[in-house]
Write a protein that binds this ligand. Structure first.
Ligand code: SIN
Length: 529
């Protein structure tokens, strides 16, 4: 059994930032289930929202965040994140991150700030349209340079080990982690009193998503099984513009395209967003996604279109090289024709409930990044606030984790017992269940919900949970099986949270309760009983 001062699960912006800071104070292990750069962060196109311009202010950034959040943002958290943001961005730049610059009329350079839906000012720092990849590479280079951070690639966290599960009569806390080494198939025990979940979101719970395949809600599911509180899972953000093309899997057309003048039009080429919101194509995401859904249902079309042909080709090639090139490869010339798009699951606004330090309700367990529900996003995340949140909370969690953490004393952890395992020879069942969850979530728990559909989803998920649990006990664990187990857990949490919110607010829209109800102005908090 190896022991570390800190174990970080996940190697995106939140996990790497925490790990780099923590490595200055003690030993750190990063556990990541594929290669170290296979993260949600690496897919982020838009950028980081942060106040850096004299024309902007913390008050405006806070107001935009609160307006998007539909009453559920925690104002103290919003205030803290927008104010601490510039300091955290400076640290990232000091590590080598370079954001796009532009020339001023005076011949100097300044940050080239982008605009996205719901922002009253240009405030998105970006690196062309592959900001996340640049950040990921910068942080990984710093980890490499540091030299002493142990990175376990192709290792998937199975479950948290807590004193409660081990039968200690002391206060429940985390003391370690069981980890599957995918290559050898063995499950190892890692010991630590500080475990940080930075596992990203759960987009793969839906049939259509902008997320990579790894986004199976692992952190939320593990924290839930360990007894930590989970919050606001009903608020799943659907990005309005995922590329609609049979050969394009999960490819996002960044909101920054609308920020630069892209207009949503229907299949007859008619702009339609003016019928839904005064900000038209740049309305907050929940409104745009619902409008597209309504438009597609109204016209029977399979997609709508994003028209950015008003911009010169040179500008599009320079500002959106990845989008331009990916579309061109699929035969879509974005300078000459509108881009076919559909909404797709994009971001989990809920997660493991934390305080301002990223601490969960389970001692020693932290959650940061998309895996966490910190109170910043409320019922609807403002675009490009998430990378900022990840930086701010990685720092806060590091500060807290390295101060005042009472160690639990000597703990005896049993090795993982595989039991009477056999290899999964019925892989088809895993894939079938995986597909079934994703399809039923898309059909019954999507952009527009009803109680009836949610109840149907809940009933089916309960059966699937039983089946998956049986598999888990009877067969040798594999990454596929563990992901399926997490996926079904998170799907059930989304449905349970959605069923408990008898109103429409932010991203949760139900035909049965189409209005907001001011008596329900509080987070949904779930605990395992
Ligand atoms: C985008 O580029 O549209 C995504 C930005 C975000 O989700 O914050």
């Amino acid at each position: 059994m190896e022991k570390y001062d800190h174990i970080v699960v996940g190697s995106g912006i939140a996990g790497l930032t925490y790990a780099l800071k923590a490595a200055e104070t003690g030993s750190v292990a990063i556990v990541t289930k594929r290669g170290r750069a296979t993260t949600n962060t690496a897919w982020a196109q838009g950028g980081i929202a942060c106040v850096t311009s004299p024309e902007d202010s913390f008050e405006l950034h806070a107001k935009d965040t609160l307006d998007a959040g539909a009453g559920l943002c925690h104002e103290d958290i919003v205030e803290m994140v927008v104010r601490d943001g510039p300091g955290r961005i400076r640290e990232l730049i000091a590590l080598g991150m370079s954001f796009d610059l532009r020339e001023t009329p005076e011949g100097t350079t300044e940050l080239d700030l982008g605009r996205e839906g719901g922002h009253s000012k240009r405030r998105i720092l970006h690196a062309h349209d592959f900001t996340g990849l640049e950040i990921e590479n910068t942080l990984l280079a710093a980890v490499e340079k540091h030299g002493s951070i142990r990175v376990f690639e192709d290792h998937m966290a199975v479950d948290l080990i807590t004193t409660g599960k081990l039968g200690y009569a002391t206060e429940d806390r985390v003391v370690g982690l069981y980890v599957l080494d995918e290559k050898s198939g063995t499950v190892n025990t890692l010991r630590s009193d500080r475990i940080v979940l930075a596992t990203g979101g759960c987009g793969k719970v839906y049939l259509y998503t902008t997320n990579p395949d790894i986004a199976s809600g692992d952190g939320v599911a593990m924290a839930w099984r360990a007894g930590a509180a989970v919050s606001n899972m009903e608020f799943v953000q659907f990005h309005p513009t995922c590329l609609f093309h049979p050969e394009a899997k999960s490819f996002l057309i960044s909101e920054a395209v609308r920020g630069e003048g892209g207009v949503l039009v229907n299949s007859s080429g008619q702009p339609f967003m003016d019928r839904y919101h005064p900000l038209k194509s740049l309305a907050p995401r929940d409104i745009v996604a619902r409008a597209i859904d309504a438009e597609m249902k109204r016209t029977g079309a399979k997609c709508v279109f994003l028209d950015i042909t008003g911009k010169p080709r040179g500008f599009l090639e320079e500002r959106f090289p990845k989008i331009h090139e990916t579309c061109a490869r699929l035969g879509i010339d974005i300078a000459a024709q509108p881009i076919p798009v559909v909404p797709a699951a994009h971001y989990q606004c809920g997660g493991v409930k934390t305080n301002e330090h990223g601490e969960t309700s389970l001692r020693g367990l932290f959650a940061i990044g998309e895996a966490a529900c910190t109170g910043l996003h409320g019922a609807n995340r403002l675009a490009s606030n998430s990378l900022l949140e990840a930086l701010v909370f990685a720092h806060n969690a590091f500060v807290k984790a390295t101060r005042n953490q009472r160690a639990p004393g000597e703990i005896r952890i049993p090795e993982w017992r595989p039991g009477s395992v056999t290899d999964v020879d019925e892989l088809v069942v895993i894939y079938h269940n995986w597909d079934e969850i994703r399809r039923l979530m898309w059909d019954y728990v999507g952009i527009v919900r009803t109680d009836k559909r949610l109840q149907r989803a809940a009933a089916r998920l309960r059966n699937l949970q039983k089946e998956v649990q049986e598999f888990y006990w009877n067969f040798k664990v594999t990454t596929d099986l563990l992901e399926l187990r997490n996926l079904v857990t998170v799907a059930a949490l989304i449905v349970d949270c959605a069923l408990s919110r008898k109103e429409s607010r932010g991203l949760h829209y139900t035909l049965d309760y189409p209005q907001t109800d001011e008596r329900l102005l509080h987070d949904t908090v779930m605990r395992r009983v």
